[in-house]
Design a protein around this ligand. Structure first.
Ligand SMILES: Cc1c2[nH]c(c1CCC(=O)O)Cc1[nH]c(c(CCC(=O)O)c1C)Cc1[nH]c(c(CCC(=O)O)c1C)Cc1[nH]c(c(C)c1CCC(=O)O)C2
Length: 354
């Protein structure tokens, strides 16, 4: 019987457990990956990053490829997450910012006025040729293992731009949202274009799924999310509507927003460790897969306690229409990477369907 050779990177990953779980299809076993699986927890990461600033490393396709592959080789996870950062597209369009070790993104001139917004251009693929190169190289090397592309969501990006750096209370961001809702809406619309275009570059170059990180949106009420944020996140996700890639939508402390984040255009809703997967599934209904939700701090607990919790999460995930095992937030830098390898193997072992 004649067979047709696969022609795109996505053809090779269509039947992967990660893509199937995201689409709420049957899987052989529960797929697992970890947010921040590439990074300081790995000695091989620290070795290749030595002396190279974070943002510069994101612009070197060879290095991005190597760093993205490191946790896949080491842990045997079911997906690679593209090595980059949510502020890379902002840097690419000319925002003067840096990622300060131990602090996070710091913006030289915060965006707070109409004139500031007017200086923030839209993103085109020509701004980020190194992203296209890295994704193409990576998907060739990954073969049947899916690559997840990502971007920051408008609210989380706006918070860094308006505050000028990391913020506990997002006070200036909320002051702008409520004090000048028109400027806020225009800023978020611009950020949605930038995020959407960044997702589209990655999906067009071969990424098999995308994740929109709205890490800090749990700081908002449902009413504010609906009035000031949801449509902008929806616009970012809609940028890949026609590309046939499942969309994951994640935030921290977003238990009260899960259904609204689903409605914004997600296939999979990320759940942090504050809400059980059973409750999350009840809140979301049958139309969404879930991703999560091991507390990253539990990776420091004695193995029997950690093992019990991992097994519980896999069991709860079986009640969902689809489940991708992950942490409730990123890997902490001091974690013993062998624990992540062991958790990966345990999730696979205890979820294998006979
Ligand atoms: C809020 C946010 C940022 N960046 C990101 C988010 C959303 C996810 C989340 O909520 O954690 C997303 C991100 N940042 C990075 C990745 C890709 C790799 C992966 O997840 O494995 C991803 C998906 C690399 C990175 N981004 C950063 C690092 C550490 C830099 C280093 O190794 O020197 C990495 C590996 C820097 C960064 N960038 C940011 C922070 C808060 C920090 C940490 C600062 C620090 O503690 O030093 C902004």
């Amino acid at each position: 019987m004649p067979t047709t050779a696969p022609t795109t990177p996505r053809d090779l990953t269509r039947d992967s457990d990660l893509v199937r779980a995201a689409r709420r299809q049957d899987v052989g076993r529960t797929p697992v990956w970890f947010m921040r699986q590439a990074g300081r927890s790995l000695p091989e990461y620290r070795a290749v990053r030595e002396g190279i600033p974070m943002l510069e490393s994101c612009m070197r396709p060879e290095l991005v490829t190597e760093i993205t592959l490191q946790p896949v080789r080491r842990h045997g996870v079911d997906a690679a997450i593209f090595f980059s950062d949510i502020v890379v597209p902002l840097k690419a369009v000319g925002v003067d910012l840096d990622i300060v070790p131990g602090v996070g993104p710091v913006v030289a001139a915060p965006v707070r006025t109409r004139a500031d917004l007017d200086r923030l251009p839209e993103l085109t693929p020509d701004h980020v040729p190194y992203i296209t190169d890295a994704v193409e190289q990576l998907t060739r090397e990954l073969g049947p293992t899916p690559l997840i592309g990502f971007a920051g969501a408008p609210f989380t990006l706006a918070s860094y731009l308006v505050e000028g750096g990391p913020s506990k209370n997002h006070e200036r961001t909320k002051a702008l949202m409520h004090g000048d809702p028109e400027l806020w809406a225009d800023l978020c619309a611009r950020l949605a274009q930038i995020s959407g275009a960044f997702l589209r570059v990655q999906a067009s170059a071969g990424a098999s799924a995308v994740q929109l990180f709205d890490s800090w949106v749990g700081a908002l009420s449902r009413a504010d999310y609906v009035a000031h944020v949801q449509r902008h996140s929806a616009a970012a996700l809609a940028a890949v509507d026609d590309l046939d890639v499942p969309r994951i939508h994640f935030g921290v402390g977003t238990g009260e927003l899960l259904d609204l984040m689903g409605e914004a255009g997600a296939d999979v809703v990320g759940v942090d460790f504050r809400v059980s997967l059973s409750d999350a599934t009840r809140r979301l209904g049958p139309s969404y897969a879930v991703q999560g939700n091991l507390d990253p701090a539990l990776l420091f607990a004695p193995w029997p306690a950690l093992e019990r919790r991992v097994r519980e999460i896999v069991e709860e995930g079986r009640q969902a229409p689809g489940h991708i095992f992950n942490l409730g937030h990123g890997v902490l830098p001091d974690v013993d990477p062998d624990v992540l390898t062991r958790v990966t193997a345990l999730v696979h072992e205890c979820s294998t369907r006979s």
